[in-house]
Design a protein around this ligand. Structure first.
Ligand code: ADP
Ligand code: ZN
Length: 518
């Protein structure tokens, strides 16, 4: 139960403990919703102010708020920060002795704590106090870790479903900065909070201009790029440790000051690279994706992807390190089929191989897109951008566009007739009227849409479907055999006469890369 007068206490609490005068967009709605006892899923970009969404309620609930977080290394700092603001907070994890842990349990029983941070694997130790007598609210930070469809799955998160079962009347607020639509649904399923309202902040970072280039002679391109941007800080993301070192060497020998950063460096070396970068002593860092987490540098002017990222979540997080000060920043991605093939190999054998491959495929489609890239990024995160952004390479240099409404209607109605159960291959078979065994077995040759697209080549259909996905009119359900499904926007095309613009296909030959067979 919250304090009776909590609605009048929201702003005073924000002011008193955090020193702020106003809530940011959505924060107040989320806070009130949770205080009323409802479950919520909060998707907000890093730095958006997620913590406030459970810290303010924690102060206004009578009992304890338990915060589940995988970041043991950061817990002490977080708790110290809260204590410095006069908030009774503590943490509970495996870094503590059993005496320390016992003392914390006693604090809870004496109702001396408002917030308790706990690692998921340490929750078992709290069994005596994890009940509705002591606990008023549960926050799950980095909630995407619960889903194997997310990009940072952690098995220790999998057991969190028991929380709703054992504390059915306690609100759960799950928070994350990165989750595509499938992952969001999975978070709700796993946490057993099917009715949780989703609060999704805009992911749009308009000040970051987007560009994708072909990867031929990319080192040469990078050298000339950096030389054209003297005194601007930038990060170059590479696939491997060796890549980072090789590239840094090549840049140095061409007169571009750059340092390599990867997880193989020792603690002091990593710290030194980070500090030199933050204090503008190093202009360029060639890094693996390990670089950037926890770094607070507002004037990163460009982010280059020397190699293709594994998925759009990762790409978006990495380019998001540019332009934190709100000034123009540039994200440049080098597209390469060789990278795609290598990333496919990395994914093979993983427990969630299918998901990883499908996400990689989406990344590849983004790189090959001929429509506004920001639309694609935002639609991936479930946002519909009405207008083209004007700040990506496609917008600035647009390909030929035609009215593709009829084509879109054909595709979407095929998806609909196939009851959103089939992957792209079968949909194309049906459109093109292929009489193969699969089609005949399932009786698809009797559908109205069968063969309505004989006149368009297979490859062109593919190109159109990718564009429709990129524009948010259909999507791949990674977890359902990659079936193509409709979205909330498909109806506009199918039934409401919405016009769809498509671009004419330009066929770029894929270079043949020999697969090495073991
Ligand atoms: P996230 O967890 O989403 O990455 P944080 O919760 O760490 O973000 O918040 C990012 C920063 O924004 C913090 O410095 C926080 O104090 C600040 N902040 C959060 N809410 C507000 C607000 N209403 N007004 C001003 N600053 C805020
Ligand atoms: Zn654009």
């Amino acid at each position: 139960m919250p304090l009776p007068d909590y609605k009048n206490l929201l702003l005073p609490t924000l002011k008193k403990h955090f020193g702020y005068d106003q809530f940011r967009a959505q924060q107040q709605d989320i806070i009130e919703y949770v205080l009323e006892g409802n479950d919520a899923l909060v998707i907000m970009p890093t730095g958006g102010g997620k913590s406030m969404c459970f810290q303010v309620p924690a102060l206004l609930f009578e009992g304890l708020t338990v915060v589940v977080s995988p970041l043991i290394a950061l817990m002490k700092d977080q708790v110290d920060g809260l204590k410095a603001n006069g908030i009774h907070a503590n943490f509970y994890n495996s870094s503590q002795s059993s005496e320390e842990q016992q003392a914390i349990l006693e604090q809870v029983i004496k109702a001396e704590l408002k917030l308790l941070y706990v690692a998921p694997e340490s929750l078992a130790g709290l069994s005596n106090i994890l009940n509705e007598r002591y606990v008023s609210c549960i926050a799950i930070d980095e909630a995407h870790c619960i889903s194997s469809w997310g990009h940072d799955f952690r098995p220790s998160y999998q057991q969190l479903g028991f929380l709703k079962k054992s504390l059915p009347n306690i609100p759960i607020i799950a928070l994350t900065a990165t989750a595509d639509k499938a992952t969001r649904q999975d978070i709700l399923d796993q946490l057993k909070i099917p009715n949780a309202q989703q609060f999704i902040s805009s992911f749009d970072r308009q000040n970051i201009s987007l560009e994708v280039r072909s990867g031929t002679e990319k080192v040469k391109q990078i050298i000339s790029y950096v030389k054209k941007h003297p005194n601007e800080s930038g990060i170059i993301y590479c696939l491997s440790r060796k890549n980072t070192e090789d590239l840094a060497k090549k840049l140095n020998s061409n007169g571009v000051p750059a340092t390599a950063y990867h997880a193989g460096l020792n603690f002091n070396e990593r710290n030194r690279v980070q500090e030199d970068f933050v204090y503008d002593n190093t202009q360029v860092v060639c890094a693996t994706v390990a670089f950037g987490m926890g770094i607070d540098k507002s004037n990163v002017r460009w982010v280059i992807h020397h190699n293709m990222p594994k998925n759009i979540e990762g790409y978006y997080q990495e380019i998001g390190r540019g332009g934190r000060d709100g000034l123009q920043a540039h994200a440049l991605l080098f597209h390469s089929y060789a990278d795609v093939i290598q990333l496919r190999r990395f994914a093979s054998g993983a427990s969630n191989e299918e998901v990883q491959i499908a996400k990689l495929e989406r990344m590849k489609q983004f790189s090959e897109a001929t429509t506004c890239r920001r639309k694609i990024l935002l639609s991936y995160f479930g946002e519909l951008l009405e207008e083209n952004c004007g700040n990506c390479d496609v917008c600035k240099n647009p390909p030929q566009i035609f009215d593709g409404t009829v084509i879109a209607q054909k595709i979407l109605s095929a998806v609909y007739r196939l009851r959103e159960k089939e992957a792209i291959g079968t949909i194309l078979d049906v459109l093109r009227g292929s009489q193969n065994a699969n089609v005949l077995e399932k009786g698809y040759d009797k559908l109205k849409t069968f063969g309505i697209g004989k006149d368009v080549a297979w490859k062109d259909w593919q190109h159109f479907i990718i564009q429709l996905m990129n524009q948010g009119y259909c999507e791949i359900a990674f977890h359902k055999n990659n079936a193509l499904q409709l979205t909330e926007f498909s109806n506009n095309v199918l039934f409401k006469g919405a016009k769809v613009s498509l671009t004419r296909p330009v066929h770029i030959a894929e270079p043949k890369v020999k697969e090495r067979v073991k």
